[in-house]
Design a protein around this ligand. Structure first.
Ligand SMILES: Nc1ncnc2c1ncn2[C@@H]1O[C@H](COP(=O)(O)OP(=O)(O)OP(=O)(O)O)[C@@H](O)[C@H]1O
Ligand SMILES: [Mg+2]
Length: 473
């Protein structure tokens, strides 16, 4: 049996806290949310949207082994062991740093940031490294001021490979997080015009992403995208941090570049040369952007001293994370309908990449290519032109029909040839009816939009409805 995640006394020391009602019970996990708390967890009472201190007693009822609370918390009679600290977020950060510090010197830690592809890249690394040795990685997109320390604090002492996602909405947010994680390898997947409302320029975004190298361990590696227009900015940050630089991309100057690249709607076959060896592998998630992320994965695996070939082999059977290109086929009267679910999020770059995937759906299997597009949010003052700029990618994909929703997509929709205009609605739920009325056997649909455009519920509604209806042409 593996040892418990934390001994209670070690947690008290790590958080520099004061123990109360201690009973010696070990802590097997950490939770900040009583709805997902598992028995044996340390419940951390964070003040975020709501004050977690209101849920401490509930956490103990759900089986919490202990709770990390502020000095002023008034304990209820039924509460269990408490660790009192001045500030619970600081306490969680301290526990995270202690978890990082207790890893063995052989352990290797990889951090991933970028405007898109963080979670997908992290999941590729997790899947590949898990095959080789005990690996710990972030849940979901836990990449912010509480997600990163929480992921660190959950890391077992015996971890050989740790994989962290680090995100940001403002300049200066990545620096403290990467200094907590202290990665041996730091990846920037890409720099794109997202969060433009918070940044004066895309170069400023590149500067903010480049902060990740400030936390690198001495002798650590920076893995950066050679194809990105902001490569030089990233390189400057990597060099300033004293990093060993490894570049990836299609550029002839990239250290890791594809010598073979075969894109299909079902995945990509890639051949690379790395460490003096040729390696061929397959990525089950389709799209050039995912293929490029896999090059960053290969570079990071090599820099972390892992068996690159064995780890990459796993990618041929790794499904995309939910809403990032997951496919479902639906039998309907007279044929099949394909749904490509890209509803997790969108920016102009990922929108183009997803449309290109729609463009690789073979005509022999599906007659019509249908794009269902929701607004891309947080694009700043040029949001209209960012939306209009997608038209080229729609045409290049051989798209037959477009359904759109939201005020920004209205501009794009109006610019389309009338024969390509399916329907426009203010909100995503307004498209369920028009889509069901228009769908026919042999249709391939790709749905995409920013999280806030609620394209996910639309995809879910279509999957439910199509399964139970017979469609006619
Ligand atoms: N290198 C890339 N360039 C452009 N788009 C990409 C790239 N990699 C992934 N994407 C697309 O971006 C979307 C988000 O992917 P993913 O969840 O991996 O990103 P993320 O950076 O973790 O996002 P978040 O900031 O929301 O956590 C998906 O649609 C995915 O296909
Ligand atoms: Mg993410």
């Amino acid at each position: 049996m593996s040892p418990p995640l934390w001994a209670f006394d070690d947690l008290v020391r790590a958080a520099d806290g004061r123990a109360e009602r201690a009973n010696g019970a070990p802590v097997t996990g950490l939770s900040i949310d009583t709805r997902t708390l598992a028995p044996g967890d340390l419940f951390v009472a964070l003040k975020d949207q709501r004050d977690g201190h209101a849920f401490v007693t509930q956490a103990f009822r759900a089986g919490a082994a202990a709770a990390l609370v502020a000095e002023g918390y008034e304990a209820a009679p039924d509460d269990g062991p408490l660790i009192r600290v001045r500030d619970t977020l600081r306490g969680l950060e301290d526990i995270g740093r202690a978890a990082r510090a207790r890893l063995s010197p052989e352990a290797r830690v990889i951090a991933v940031t970028g405007s898109a592809g963080k979670t997908g890249t992290k999941e590729m690394l997790r899947a590949g490294l898990s095959r080789l040795a005990p690996t710990h990685a972030a849940d979901k997109s836990f990449n912010n001021h509480w997600g990163v320390p929480l992921t660190l604090a959950r890391m077992p002492a015996g971890t050989r490979f740790g994989v962290f996602e680090i995100g940001m909405n403002h300049a200066g947010e990545i620096t403290p997080l990467t200094k907590m994680v202290r990665p041996h390898v730091a990846i920037v997947t890409t720099v794109e015009p997202v969060h433009l409302a918070q940044f004066p320029s895309v170069t400023a975004i590149a500067d903010a992403k480049g902060e990740i190298f400030a936390g690198l361990e001495p002798g650590g590696a920076a893995v950066i995208n050679r194809d990105n227009p902001h490569f030089a900015t990233l390189l400057r940050h990597a060099e300033a941090a004293g990093a060993r630089v490894i570049t990836f991309g299609q550029d002839a100057r990239a250290d890791v570049r594809p010598k073979v690249l075969e894109l299909t709607s079902e995945g990509t076959s890639i051949g690379i040369e790395i460490g003096g060896r040729e390696i061929h592998y397959r990525v089950a998630s389709p799209g050039i952007h995912i293929a490029m992320n896999s090059l960053a994965v290969a570079a990071a695996l090599d820099a972390a001293g892992a068996d690159v070939e064995q780890a990459l082999d796993v990618l041929s059977s790794l499904p995309p994370p939910p809403g990032r290109g997951s496919r479902s086929e639906h039998e309907v009267a007279g044929g099949r309908v394909l749904i490509i679910d890209e509803t997790y999020n969108a920016n102009p770059a990922s929108m183009r990449a997803a449309l290109a995937v729609l463009g690789t759906v073979p005509r022999s299997a599906y007659r019509r290519r249908i794009a269902v597009l929701g607004d891309m949010l947080e694009l700043g003052p040029d949001e209209k032109s960012h939306h209009l700029s997608i038209k080229d990618a729609i045409d290049a994909a051989g798209t037959d029909l477009v359904f759109a929703c939201g005020p920004n997509m209205a501009h794009l929709f109006a610019a389309l040839r009338p024969t390509m205009q399916g329907a426009w609605a203010e909100r995503s739920d307004g498209l369920v009816g028009p889509l069901l009325a228009a769908l026919a056997p042999g249709d391939a649909l790709m749905l995409k939009g920013s999280n806030g455009s609620r394209m996910g519920p639309l995809a879910e509604a279509l999957r439910q409805e199509i399964g139970s209806r017979s469609l006619s042409g």
